[in-house]
Design a protein around this ligand. Structure first.
Ligand code: A3P
Length: 325
């Protein structure tokens, strides 16, 4: 009794250093935890599904389409996090469960309300699947894939548009061919362009924690060209009722060059200027290099998709593979 809590804590972590890094579980899944959990709290303030990314594949479009559904709610916005909570990947995780739950509205009728959050960096975050599964073992996961070469280029253009000096000073080709002896910022940009595109590796990591029935993979090209079909499949996968009729809420906007939300007969609401940017095509040399770079990863992805029961291999994947022959 003479030992102070802090001293006791220090002793504990000396004995169990591996527990110093917390893993948050759901208090409602453990009767001992729920006994000490405040009566004012509810475990319903957690998402039913996660849109995990990766970045630049159309995650904002999917987010906005999902949010149009009257029974689907995303997290509340916060100046702290801009759009995305990014709880499971970075230092936000150490802010704890209360911080995370505070982003979600208390569902009015929990049986028909679906909560989700979209953080596009979850996809390739080393720690994310383990942490997400500890808290949300029943959650469903939605990911979008496009050609990893195209994704890398879109990220580069994104960084240029944000005034990133490295992206402005080096060509795309220079970025993707940067070597270990290149300067640190250049290597960092190269990694953010290239690494998320090793799709099979990242998906396998998710699949060591979640079952394949919990994972839904969207072909990002299909999301762009046939969003109504994609949204119907997503709703089926999530078992969301009643189904929302996206055909009467989405229309191709010629000026934007993308599908947008219908406001009325002649008006649509599209995503902002930062989504669907206009930029020159990728140079042929970079494209060829990236198709070779991703060859083994794309081959593994085809195998993975077949294992997961996908009948149709995305067109971009076939193309990326055939062009390297
Ligand atoms: P570009 O701006 O490079 O064309 P994310 O939201 O994950 O950052 O992805 C952005 C990408 O979503 C855009 O990349 C664009 O190609 C794609 N996209 C797909 N459907 C879209 C839509 N309906 N409106 C705008 N962008 C869309």
């Amino acid at each position: 009794l003479s030992t102070l809590p802090v001293e006791l804590g220090e002793k504990y972590f000396q004995m169990f250093p591996e527990e110093e890094d917390p893993i948050w579980g759901n208090p409602c899944d453990d009767s001992r935890h729920i006994k000490t959990w405040s009566h004012n709290k509810t475990c319903q303030q957690l998402p039913n599904f996660l849109v995990i990314g990766p970045q630049k594949t159309g995650t904002t479009a999917l987010y906005s389409f999902l949010s149009m559904h009257p029974n689907i709610n995303s997290n509340l916005n916060s100046i702290d996090t801009f759009e995305e909570i990014q709880f499971f990947n970075g230092k936000n995780y150490y802010r704890g469960l209360d911080w995370y739950m505070g982003f979600f509205p208390v569902p009015i009728n929990s049986s028909s309300q679906y909560l989700f959050e979209k953080s596009a960096t979850y996809f390739d975050g080393e720690q994310v699947p383990k942490r997400a599964h500890a808290l949300l073992p029943q959650a469903k996961l939605v990911t979008i894939l496009i050609s990893p070469a195209k994704r890398a280029y879109s990220w580069y253009q994104h960084m240029r548009a944000h005034g990133d000096q490295v992206a402005l000073n080096y060509s795309f080709y220079e970025v993707i061919t940067a070597s270990e002896s290149s300067n640190r910022p250049l290597r960092d940009l190269r990694n953010r362009c290239l690494l998320p595109g090793k799709y099979s590796q990242h998906l396998e990591r998710w699949l060591t924690y979640y079952s394949s029935s919990q994972l839904f993979i969207i072909d990002g090209e299909e999301l762009r060209t046939a969003p109504v079909d994609v949204m119907n499949s997503v709703q089926k996968f999530l078992k969301i009722t009643p189904p929302f009729d996206y055909a009467t809420h989405l229309r191709f906007d010629k000026k934007k060059g993308f599908y947008c939300q219908i406001i009325n007969e002649d008006k649509t609401k599209c995503l902002g200027r930062s989504k669907g940017r206009k930029y020159p095509q990728m140079d042929e040399r970079s494209l060829k290099l990236l198709q070779r770079y991703y060859l083994s990863h794309n081959t593994a992805l085809v195998k993975l998709l077949k294992r997961l029961g996908h009948q149709n291999i995305p067109g971009w994947l076939k193309m990326d593979l055939s062009d390297t022959m």
